[in-house]
Design a protein around this ligand. Structure first.
Ligand code: NAD
Ligand code: TDX
Length: 333
């Protein structure tokens, strides 16, 4: 039996990862440590809340005493917990520094003392910053440009330093933009899908020509699982599916699949410091034997359908704290 501490498991990717592991294996035990910030939602895990191999602990990864209590119970740590939204980091970076950097430090330090067998730090492709042509490899320098990506870069290299200095068996992953079920509707795809369903405006930043490389969340989860077994400790792995699209292309695709009018498209002032293009070279993980399984357009259709069928899930979110935030930010809610 492998026992994992999954942090941030009530968020988008963490909850998909927990579902993935429990569906895939009979021999994993999971402790999900999550603070339940605005982005954490136990509704994402309703179907597994009584699963015999799953336990939820509400708490903060910065809480050293709590982390000290949990760490001796597990062999593997997968750290998803983070403040994850770039726009929020521009308005109020404090929690990004606390959770993404200091929280990662608390986990690493405690993992080291407990001789953890594997520590997976979930970083992001945003740590490289923007690239005009070509793609970043794992050896390229980090040039993060938002308080979010700078915090993630801090944790990314701090994790690496624990491998070099203390031989903690760390693996760092840098994935591109995820989409799929249970994504908080402040991120581009769930925001635009749910707004379009309700005939609300779709706020496109700047000229809409910024490029992101999209990956279906299940492919990301499989990559993390793959690296837990096959990744080399001390190494960093880019993860992506090679679906580079402009935001306008994504917007048009969503409108097409929902059969909604072009008139919902609304150009709004650009995000401050908006990275133009992200692109990662995934040769390293592909050579090891992982590759994405999902076709991009099929996965988009599946995702749009999921939000159509699960309106209760996002309507609940869009009626709370969210509404206040969006009224202040964009006046689109
Ligand atoms: P999310 O915002 O949906 O979820 C974050 C989760 O972390 C939430 O459940 C939240 O309650 C929890 N959390 C926040 N602060 C915490 C704290 N101090 N202690 C414990 N739990 C805390 O984020 P996501 O999109 O699922 O991203 C998960 C991870 O993957 C993040 O580290 C993010 O940087 C990384 N990542 C995300 C993407 C993407 O496209 N979403 C791409 C690459 C990497
Ligand atoms: O309303 C919007 N309008 C818009 O044009 C929003 C929310 C976004 N955008 C643009 C900005 C980006 O170019 O869409 C693109 C994607 O934006 P987000 O969904 O906010 O994602 P991004 O900033 O690319 O960061 C995401 O991918 C990498 C995640 O939020 C990060 O956690 C992850 O590390």
């Amino acid at each position: 039996m492998r026992k994992l501490l999954v942090t941030g498991g009530a968020g988008f990717i963490g909850s998909n990862f927990i579902h993935y592991l429990l569906n895939q294996y009979d021999d994993v035990d999971i402790i999900n440590l999550d603070k339940l910030t605005y982005a954490g939602n136990l509704a994402n895990l309703k179907d597994v809340e009584r699963h015999p191999h799953y336990q939820f602990v509400k708490g903060d990864i910065c809480d050293k005493k709590l982390v000290d209590e949990l760490m001796p119970e597990v062999q593997i740590v997968v750290n998803f917990a983070a403040e994850s939204h770039v726009d929020r980091s521009i308005g109020s970076p404090d929690d990004f520094i606390k959770t993404d950097v200091f929280g990662a430090f608390v986990l690493l330090e405690t993992a080291r003392k407990n001789r953890i067998e594997k520590f997976i730090q979930i970083s992001t492709d945003e740590v490289y910053g923007s690239i005009q042509d070509g793609s970043f490899t794992e050896n390229d320098p980090l040039m993060p440009s938002s308080p979010y990506s700078a915090s993630k870069a801090g944790a990314d290299r701090l994790a690496f330093s624990y491998y070099v200095t203390y031989k903690l068996p760390v693996i760092v992953t840098r994935c591109s933009n995820n989409f799929g079920p249970y994504q908080y509707p402040e991120k581009l795809i769930p925001l635009f899908v749910t707004n379009a369903i309700e005939d609300k405006k779709l706020p496109i930043y700047g000229d809409g020509m910024n490029v992101r490389d999209w990956i279906f969340v299940d492919d990301h989860c499989r990559a993390i699982d793959f690296l837990m077994d096959n990744g080399e400790v001390g190494e960093t792995y880019n993860i992506g599916a090679g679906n580079e699209k402009t935001n306008l292309f994504i917007t048009d695709l969503i409108l097409k699949h929902l059969e909604k009018s072009d008139e919902l498209k609304t150009f709004v002032p650009d995000r401050l410091g908006h990275d133009r293009r992200y692109s990662v070279d995934c040769t390293k993980i592909r050579k090891l034997g992982w590759q994405p399984k999902y076709d991009f357009e099929d996965a988009i259709i599946e995702t749009v359908l999921w939000y159509k069928r699960n309106a209760d899930w996002w309507k609940q979110i869009k009626s709370g704290e969210y509404l206040e935030y969006y009224k202040q930010q964009y006046q689109t809610a």
